[in-house]
Design a protein around this ligand. Sequence first.
Ligand code: ZN
Length: 250
Amino acid sequence: MRYLIISDMHGNSDALAAVLDHVAGEELDAVLNLGDLVGYGASPNEVVEALDGLALPSHTVRGNHDKVAAGIDDGMGFNPTALTAARWTAEQLTAENLERVRALPQGPKQVDEGLVICHGSPFDEDYYLLSVFDAEDIFSTWKTPVTFFGHTHVPAAFASREGGGIEIEVLYGDEVKLELEVDYGVRYLINPGSVGQPRDRDPRAAYMIYDSEEQVVLLRRIEYPVGEAQERIIEAGLPRLLADRLALGY
Ligand code: ZN
């Protein structure tokens, strides 16, 4: 199977459209969506509808911003900017799209044998998996060979070798190829980065392609019209910071 893996779209329809355009010629079997469809960006309806209208089968889990926009979580853990954007999003979403966001399932979600997706971590959808120590905790009891997670907006791969330590690879560049060693008992926690609000100082949209037969993961970074996404945020009256950070990739 060849999977398109996307995460953290955050209401940025310009970035999502660029990603979907970029993979239009690819042979893909399914889409894995790691959550946070909305929040921050000014086009939540467009993002929800674009994802709902995909011709490919999709597996999706909800993110923390989806929960707040849908009223499942009160957002008291959010900073003021995030909360303002989540409340704005809740008002903007059509009744149908609000229902779609509310219906997104909680992760982790098993996609296939040995393949799971989640938003934060397999044990807590709101957890920020950032360090080798975090990964070590998870690997100590989580035995799934390949798990994709989002939430941090930073492309990275953690690998656990049997009898060895944990390796982390921060994935940076136009196209980064990872050859997985699942057949040798290595387990992985992999983050595709963010489509709609990258935070690794590279403002380009990030996505991955995972070929489960070849056991190859490709991270790609692509340009999109950042200025248009910024303009929409400003026109919507959302906090200016949300527009500024898109150009900085942070
Ligand atoms: Zn997010």
